[in-house]
Design a protein around this ligand. Structure first.
Ligand code: FAD
Length: 386
């Protein structure tokens, strides 16, 4: 049987970043991925922030960067909006994933593709990982297999999942009233309960997508038409599930860690998970490397403490957005009326009292109150927001 120091299940951003940290310290590392070609097909809106690029220590002239943006805007159905300034990029995600994988393999990590992990078994001093055709053994195991990671599932961690889906369209003209090359636009309305819709500029293309707990496709098609694009003209259709935890899940096990989507590291408000995947994978790799070099497997217990600043690790950060995503339009409109055209961290006191004095319903007042609390949560954690 093939013996490794560490086996990583899943060669997405989380797995490749963990592998890079391990392999560069001389640790015998194996990445297993079920895909034939890592990164393809894409299952992502492909927006990442400059914070994520910095985490990866990458320059912004990468060939897989498609479009630069100044940040995001929350747009409500009464045509009001709130701005979140944060430089970022629309990327070619399959190429991004392969770039991170190459970094890991250049550092001597081994990759085996078309290896769907079907079973894992705990041994006294490590793990056996099984695919249909082969068995591998390792001292440590990293679950980086995304939202339905087989490692997470066999360790009892099944996350609630939000279905998300997007269409890509060719732009017929350079300018379009609903596509703003400088912004990622997030549309919040009761049509997308539990999620939102998005319009992301991609040079001569645009990605229009959404996430929702109910009837996603029935909602997304009319939304595309409203934005001026017919789903029949789509050049690509892509999608997948996004973990949305209601409480922090377990991520540390004897000689095993869960990272990225497998550990629920998505940002509760935006659902962006690439940054959380990269960050958690990197920390896990560094920690396991230390545990191996010091021959002390207890060291990996420190993972929980090291990642505690991520909002997915706190129940309050997880609960607030869940409420926000289920607001009725009335509440979204009140928030929009107060915040229209402003940067998210403002608190316009005059507009606030003007809106409240218009005596909106109790549920709208509740919405305004939650939005103010979420604003505070966001201020503290925005580093990870996308
Ligand atoms: C429609 C959509 C849009 C999104 N948009 C954004 C966005 O714009 N920005 C953002 O930051 N995040 C976005 N996300 C979330 C983001 O895609 C994830 O958070 C991110 O991919 C997590 O990275 P990961 O490495 O943890 O997992 P993944 O990228 O899912 O990688 C997991 C890897 O594990 C492999 N694998 C799975 N099961 C097995 C198995 N049994 N055996 C072997 N290998 C296996 C898979 O093939 C895959 O390569 C979006 C998600 C969706 C679904």
């Amino acid at each position: 049987m093939n013996q490794y120091d560490v086996i990583i299940v899943g060669a997405g951003p989380a797995g490749s970043c963990a592998a890079f940290e391990l392999a560069k310290c001389g640790i015998k590392t194996l990445l297993l991925d079920k895909k034939q070609m890592v990164g393809s097909p894409n299952h992502c809106g492909e927006g990442i922030s400059s914070n994520c690029m910095q985490e990866l220590n990458l320059s912004i002239d990468m060939p897989w960067i498609v479009n630069e943006v100044s940040g995001g805007r929350l747009i409500f159905s009464n045509d009001t909006s709130v701005t979140f300034k944060q430089r970022g990029f629309c990327i070619n995600r399959p190429e991004f994933d392969r770039h991170l994988l190459k970094r890991a393999t250049d550092a001597s990590a081994e990759i085996r593709t078309e290896m769907k992990v079907t079973e894992i078994e705990r041994e006294t001093d490590g793990w056996t990982v099984k695919t249909k055709t082969e068995r591998f053994r390792s001292s440590y195991l990293v679950g980086a297999g995304g939202p339905r990671c087989p490692v997470a599932v066999s360790l009892g961690q099944r996350h609630p999942l939000l279905p998300a889906y997007q269409y890509k369209f060719k732009m017929k003209a350079k300018q379009h009233p609903h596509v703003h090359s400088n912004w990622l636009d997030f549309y919040h309305s009761e049509a997308f309960p539990g999620g939102y819709a998005w319009v992301f500029p991609r040079g001569d293309e645009v990605a229009i997508g959404g996430g929702s707990i109910h009837h996603l496709k029935q909602k997304l098609d009319p939304f595309c038409r409203q934005m001026g694009f017919d789903p029949k003209d789509a050049i690509k259709k892509e999608g997948g599930p996004i973990p949305f935890l209601k409480k922090p899940c377990r991520i540390v096990f004897p000689r095993a860690l869960l990272v990225g989507d497998a550990g629920g590291f998505t940002y509760p408000l935006t659902k962006g998970g690439v940054h959380g995947a990269v960050w958690s994978g990197k920390i896990a790799g560094q920690l396991i490397s230390k545990a191996i070099h010091q021959s002390d497997d207890r060291l990996i217990r420190g993972f929980k403490r090291l990642v505690r600043q991520h909002p997915s690790r706190k129940r309050s950060h997880l609960m607030m957005p869940l409420t926000f995503f289920n607001f009725k339009n009335e509440a979204f409109h009140c928030i929009g009326n107060i915040m229209d055209g402003l940067e998210f961290h403002n608190f316009p006191i005059v507009r606030f009292f003007a809106e409240v004095s218009r005596a909106p319903s109790l549920s709208a007042l509740r919405g305004i109150m939650y939005a103010a609390i979420i604003q505070q949560h966001y201020k503290k954690t925005k580093h990870f927001s996308w």
